[in-house]
Design a protein around this ligand. Structure first.
Ligand SMILES: [Zn+2]
Ligand SMILES: [Zn+2]
Length: 191
């Protein structure tokens, strides 16, 4: 007689997932902690929190210093430009020779790695200004940003679709890695 009626108590309850322990984001801490809220990034050790505040202050200072430096450089470039145009006012000017105004001053690189607690300078190249000193720092911050992004998009259709794609890709990658490592071990000479 039709589908059985599912009573309230038999219905599967939406389980509240227990929070997984996290590893403190601060470089050099490495403590595990149970988060109290979704966007907690650090452990609750007072010493660690003090260190994070210290790093934030150092970074603010570095940014401030760099802004000052950029401003000074910009002013200098402007002065040089004015001087040059004064001398060259009588001469025919070639546009490709005129210096770019203020472009150099716009480039401002952070002096500290972007990972909290890291005092190393980021690896910089003119073409690709990096924000982190090493792969580990970049990975650590990206993992946290990824987790927070997933949390923000949870429950939305967009978020669910994206997550499904991500899990699928991760699964395929795992399989691929497993098959390559299997073939490598097959090819390895016997000891
Ligand atoms: Zn910590
Ligand atoms: Zn770093």
């Amino acid at each position: 007689m039709g589908t059985p009626h599912v009573k309230g108590k038999h219905r599967r309850k939406a389980r509240r997932r227990r929070a997984r322990s996290r590893i403190c984001l601060r470089k050099g801490c490495g403590r595990k902690y149970l988060p109290r809220c979704w966007n907690q990034r650090y452990c609750l050790e007072p010493e660690c929190q003090r260190q994070v505040r210290r790093w934030q202050a150092a970074r603010r200072q570095a940014t401030h210093r760099q802004n000052r430096f950029a401003k000074a450089r910009h002013a200098q470039a402007q002065r040089a430009y004015r001087q040059q145009t004064k001398f060259a006012s009588q001469v025919v000017r070639h546009p490709e020779v005129t210096p770019a105004r203020g472009h150099a001053a716009k480039v401002s690189l952070p002096l500290l790695c972007d990972r909290p607690g890291c005092y190393e300078p980021p690896v910089t190249s003119i073409r690709n200004p990096a924000r982190y000193c090493c792969h580990a720092c970049r990975r650590a911050v990206h993992n946290v940003q990824d987790r927070e992004r997933k949390w923000r998009s949870r429950g939305t259709l967009d978020g669910r679709t994206k997550r499904a794609y991500e899990y699928q890709a991760a699964c395929q990658q795992r399989l691929r890695r497993r098959s390559t490592s299997a073939s490598l071990s097959l090819r390895a000479p016997p000891e």
